[in-house]
Design a protein around this ligand. Structure first.
Ligand code: P1T
Length: 380
C-alpha cells in the first residue's frame, strides 16, 4: 500500500458496531471484563486503548516499521526511549538537537548515571572519536534542529553496528513522508507528533516506531510502566492529521523551496540553511536519503541580535512562536527561545547566534509569505 493510502486506511477500518468511517475516540479509562482474566484485548487505558492502537498502527505503516508506540509528547517518547539504557551507559548524541532533548539528557539523565557526549554527527569521524567501551546508543537528529545538518544514515548504521550501539533517529523535521530511517537500518525512530504529523498546532504528542521484536518488548513495557501515554482525543487529532500528511508536506516543501531561494538572494540575509538549497553544504547528502527537504529554514540575518528581534516581531503572516510543522507559518529566534536551555557560550560556538532566525514554513499562499518576510527584513 502506498504512503497516501496507508495514512488514510491503516488501523482505521470502519468501526465494527456502527460502521463509523472515522475511528471513534474511545474516551474510557477501563474495560468491563466478563470474568477475571477474560477480556477483549483491553484491560486498562494506560496499557491499551483502541484509538491509540489505530494511531500506533498507522504510524508504524508510514515509517515502514513493525511497531508504533504513542506518547504524551515528543519529550515523553524521548524520555521513555532512554529507559532502554542503564546506569553507567554512554550515549553519543548529535550536538545540534532540540533544546529540550539536550536539557533532559544533561539535567535529568546525567543524574541517573548516564553519560553523554555531544558531537557534530554530520561528520561520522566525530562519532568514531567519541566511542567508549560503554557506549550503547547513538542519538541522531537529521535534519538537525535548528542548524539543519544532515547525518549520513547509512554510514551511521554501519558504524553503530560495528560498535554495538543502538541507533535512534528523531525524524520530526523530515516526517516519514520525506525520510524513513528504519529503511536504512536505524533501530528506533522517534517523533514529536506535535509537529508535521499532527500538522495543525492543536495537539502535543509523541511516538516511537521500530521493527525489532526485543526492543519493542522492552519499549512497550516501558510505555506502560512509565505511563507517559497520549489520551484518546489527542491520538484522534494526530490520526486526523496523518490523513493529509502527504498533501501538506508537498505544499510545505514547495513553499519552503521558494522562500529559501528568496532569502538566498536577499540583501539583508547573510546565509540560508535549507537542505533543498543546492548551495547548502548538506544538499547532496540530503538528496541521497530524503525524498524531499521539509519546510524548516534557518538563516543568518546580516545584522545584530536586536535587528533579528525586530524581524521576528515585524512579520504579520508568520507568527512569532515556538514549535513547527503546522499549516501556519512560524518564525522564532532559537537562541532566545527553543534553544535557550543550551548554555550561551556553547550555543553560540555551534552557530546559534544572536542574528540567527528559524522559520517553519506553512501552507499559506507563497506570495503572502514572501511579501511578509520581505516587509519584515526591510523594516529591521
Ligand atoms: O514538544 P514535544 O512534542 O515534547 O517535542 C519535543 C521535540 C522533539 N524533537 C524535536 C526535533 C523537536 O523539535 C521537539 C520540539 N521542538 C520545538 C518545540 C521547537 O520549536 O523546536
Amino acid at each position: 500500500m502506498r504512503f497516501e493510502t496507508a495514512a488514510i486506511h491503516v488501523g482505521q477500518e470502519p468501526e465494527e458496531k456502527t460502521g463509523a468511517i472515522v475511528v471513534p475516540i474511545f474516551q474510557t479509562a477501563t474495560y468491563a471484563q466478563p470474568a477475571i482474566g477474560q477480556h477483549k484485548g483491553y484491560e486498562y487505558s494506560r496499557t491499551h486503548n483502541p484509538t491509540r492502537k489505530a494511531l500506533e498502527q498507522c504510524l508504524a505503516a508510514l515509517e515502514g516499521g513493525k511497531y508504533g508506540l504513542g506518547f504524551a509528547s515528543g519529550m515523553a517518547a524521548i524520555t521513555t526511549s532512554m529507559s532502554l539504557l542503564k546506569k553507567g551507559d554512554h550515549v553519543i548524541s548529535s550536538d545540534d538537537v532540540y533544546g529540550g532533548t539536550y536539557r533532559v539528557f544533561e539535567r535529568i539523565f546525567r543524574d541517573f548515571g548516564l553519560d553523554f557526549t555531544f558531537v557534530d554527527t554530520s561528520d561520522l569521524a566525530n562519532v568514531v572519536a567519541a566511542v567508549k567501551p560503554n557506549t550503547r546508543m547513538l542519538w541522531l537528529e537529521t535534519p538537525t534542529n535548528p542548524l539543519l545538518k544532515v547525518v549520513d544514515l547509512r554510514g551511521a548504521v554501519e558504524l553503530a553496528r560495528k560498535h554495538n550501539m543502538m541507533t535512534v533517529v528523531d525524524n520530526t523535521f523530515a516526517s516519514p513522508y520525506f525520510q524513513r530511517p528504519l529503511e536504512f537500518g536505524i533501530d528506533i525512530v522517534v517523533h514529536s507528533t506535535t509537529k508535521f504529523l499532527g500538522g495543525h498546532s492543536d495537539v502535543v504528542g509523541g511516538a516511537a516506531v521500530l521493527s525489532d521484536d526485543k526492543i519493542f518488548e522492552r519499549l512497550s513495557f516501558a510505555q506502560n510502566a512509565m505511563g507517559a501515554i497520549p489520551g484518546p482525543f489527542d491520538c484522534w487529532l494526530v490520526l486526523r492529521g496523518l490523513k493529509t500528511l502527504a498533501v501538506r508536506m508537498r505544499q510545505h516543501e514547495a513553499n519552503a523551496r521558494a522562500i529559501a531561494e528568496f532569502l538566498h538572494q536577499h540583501k539583508r540575509v547573510q546565509s540560508v540553511l535549507y537542505p533543498g538549497l543546492p548551495s547548502f553544504k548538506y544538499h547532496e547528502r540530503a538528496k541521497k536519503q530524503m525524498s524531499g527537504f521539509g519546510s524548516l529554514i534557518s538563516f543568518y540575518l546580516d545584522g545584530s541580535e536586536s535587528q533579528a528581534r525586530k524581524v521576528c516581531a515585524a512579520t504579520k503572516v508568520f507568527s512569532l512562536a515556538e514549535s513547527l510543522g503546522g499549516v501556519e507559518s512560524l518564525i522564532e529566534h532559537p537562541g532566545l527561545m527553543t534553544h535557550a536551555s543550551i548554555p550561551t557560550e556553547l550555543r553560540e560556538s555551534r552557530g546559534i547566534t544572536g542574528n540567527f532566525i528559524r522559520l517553519s514554513v506553512g501552507i499559506e499562499h507563497i506570495d503572502d509569505l514572501i511579501a511578509d518576510l520581505d516587509m519584515a527584513l526591510k523594516s529591521a
